[in-house]
Design a protein around this ligand. Structure first.
Ligand code: B4P
Length: 190
């Protein structure tokens, strides 16, 4: 199996690229952000809990997110691999994912990190906020808080995967097609 962690700060294009790559490589795309938003829309217990965190640009607590991720993987047995988009976002999530995959005789093939400057990210997210209806995209203060969460809890995961020789940085600025090509050059070698 090819199991890819698609990584990067908020708005770096993880979701955008995962949508293209899942078809190209026949992988199952799991976006924790999308699963949370689905639950919020349907007003489930999980959705009600996640909403207060997400609307303010905070991370949803690990214990909730990890269990949800495992359930999403279990729904898809006998596939050729996964693209994890927006997961892991903390060391605890990364460790849980490694343990969980190991129990299944699997592992992470590589982490592909999209690199984009913060000013461009703010511009992309505010732009999406004009049409997405997402409260976390409409307010620059909340967007900056998402970056703060990323810097304090998530960015460290680059070291986590680098130590396992699984870190691949990719320039995330340019056309969507060009970025897909850059990512594909990495995936093809995994
Ligand atoms: P997510 O839904 O994961 O998403 P994101 O960080 O907003 O964005 P992504 O990088 O996927 O960007 P996208 O392609 O959409 O997270 C939202 C929230 O969910 C978190 O803040 C947190 O509260 C919660 N959450 C999710 N996972 C969690 C976890 N594991 N633990 C705890 N909490 C969790 O692109 C953004 C915009 O840029 C789009 O408008 C797109 O069209 C545009 N764009 C993309 N590529 C472009 C390009 N090349 N050029 C120009 N524009 C581009």
């Amino acid at each position: 199996m090819k199991n890819i962690v698609l990584f990067g700060p908020p708005g770096s294009g993880k979701g955008t690229q995962a949508e293209v790559l899942k078809d190209k490589y026949n992988l199952v795309h799991i976006s924790t952000g999308d699963v949370f938003r689905y639950n919020i829309k349907n007003e489930t217990t999980l959705g009600k809990l996640a909403k207060s965190y997400m609307d303010n640009g905070n991370l949803v607590p690990d214990e909730v997110t990890i269990e949800m991720l495992k359930a999403e993987v279990e729904k898809n047995i006998k596939v050729s691999g996964f693209i994890f988009d927006g997961f892991p976002r903390t060391v605890s999530q990364a460790e849980s994912l490694d343990t969980f995959l190991k129990e299944k005789g699997e592992n992470i093939s590589g982490m592909i990190a999209l690199e984009v400057t913060e000013d461009l990210l703010v511009e992309r997210l505010l732009n999406r906020g004009l049409t997405s209806g997402r409260p976390d995209d409409q307010d620059e203060g909340k967007i900056r808080n998402r970056f703060n969460e990323y810097q304090t809890k998530t960015a460290i995961l680059e070291d986590y995967y680098d130590k396992q020789h699984k870190y691949y940085g990719v320039n995330g600025v340019g056309s969507i097609e060009d970025i897909t090509k850059r990512i594909s050059q990495v995936i093809d070698k995994l």
